[in-house]
Design a protein around this ligand. Sequence first.
Ligand SMILES: [Zn+2]
Length: 145
Amino acid sequence: MLERSVGLDELPRLADLLSTTAGCLSIRLEGWRDGDGKSWLQLGIAGEPVLCCQRCLGGVKFPLLIKSRLQLLAPGEEWPDDDLVDDSADAIAAEKALAVLSLIEDEVLLALPIAPRHEQCESPRGNASQQGSSPFAALAALKKH
Ligand SMILES: [Zn+2]
């Protein structure tokens, strides 16, 4: 079993959706082979990424707890034998690490809400009546040009 934390800045597709890439996800990874020779991967992901609220653009913490079980299929590819020389084993491990990060990112992206929002917050538009006094109003005005 493997346990490590992955920085949110290591997951570029996810980072695009976040208010901040500070922080990390805790990953638990366990692989085994069953009696039929099928390979399985149990993936656990926990963390609290901060998404962008679609209403006020502020940060929204999203508690994440994912557990998924995947069957590993490698068409036309046998799993390496235990007696492989160390050099090639290292190369395989490195490739797998990359694939696993991408897998983790896919799982997280699937779990995230499409339009994250605070349960209660004020839309920047709500400040329009105080024209000139709100930094949001000034920003909005700038963006129109
Ligand atoms: Zn909000």
